[in-house]
Design a protein around this ligand. Sequence first.
Ligand code: AHN
Ligand code: ZN
Length: 334
Amino acid sequence: MKNNILFFISIGFLLACGNDKQDAEKPKQQQTSLTKTTFIALEKPEFDEDSAYLYVKQQVDFGPRFPNNDAHAVCAIFLKEKLSSLGFETQIQEGKATTFNNKNITIKNIIGSYNPELQKRILLFAHWDSRPFADHDEKDKTKPILGANDGASGVGVLLEVARQLNLSQPKIGVDIIFFDAEDYGQPSSLMVQSNSDSWCLGSRYWAKNPHKENYSADFGILLDMVGNSNPQFTKEGISMKYAPQIVNKVWDVAARLGYQHIFVNKETFFVGIDDHQPINEIMGIPSIDIIHYEEATGNFHSSWHTHDDNMDVIDKSTLKIVGETILAVIYQEK
Ligand code: AHN
Ligand code: ZN
């Protein structure tokens, strides 16, 4: 008993000493949120990483999701209905395309608009299809992958962003597009240089056929492979070519949130074609790509285009870092 009392007294003493003088002079309410406001001096809603993780898992649970397969059809409806339930005006844009291996596919771009009547808008996007083969794996190369990181992670983060926007009612318009058929690109081999036109079929289709006449947004942000642990987002080449001011805006916000070691201040010349390219080049909306890229190996995550790209590689804290940054960028725009 005596020991217990001593213990509580000393804990109390330690806590009292830990309160620095400045804190003690502050009103009570400010004191409780002091740590948070010191590190996060940005107004924004919270981002729930458990919810984002569930959105990733729900997609992966459908199985591989590539044009013309059954899981793809079911998942398209799931994503559209999810966005609708979160207060977005939604539609599935369908289009025809031919893949590098001469398959005729139906593309399904899932498009959602929040505050569709407002002029000032931001465009957020990710690809929702998963790669129909595992060309970077050692085995089962012709079998489709689950695409937990490559596909589902960006969509999962954006669904949670959508949920938070609906709860907090932003004063600007936000469009979220889940592009299809990003990942049906021709595999590269020693003999064949990958055909760059074979990638990003959904975003290319939308850029040529926007869902609204004269559609525009102030800028666009693409999320691609934003779910693995130890993330590194470098300033990627196409983003720096067309929208360096947006890269810097987003990287600055990330730094203010304490993520400067993840959104690293390093430019990487070219990591590959991605959905922001047609949005920049055809639509003329300055757009950037937040994509995990490992400078040391010059590659994406080791699970990239393999059967290891499953829920095991998804790290909730990465989803949170990216989601928080996106929400802070939106709320900075007012
Ligand atoms: C290429 O490798 C051509 N592009 C990288 C972008 C990508 C592929 N994102 C997901 N899969
Ligand atoms: Zn891919």
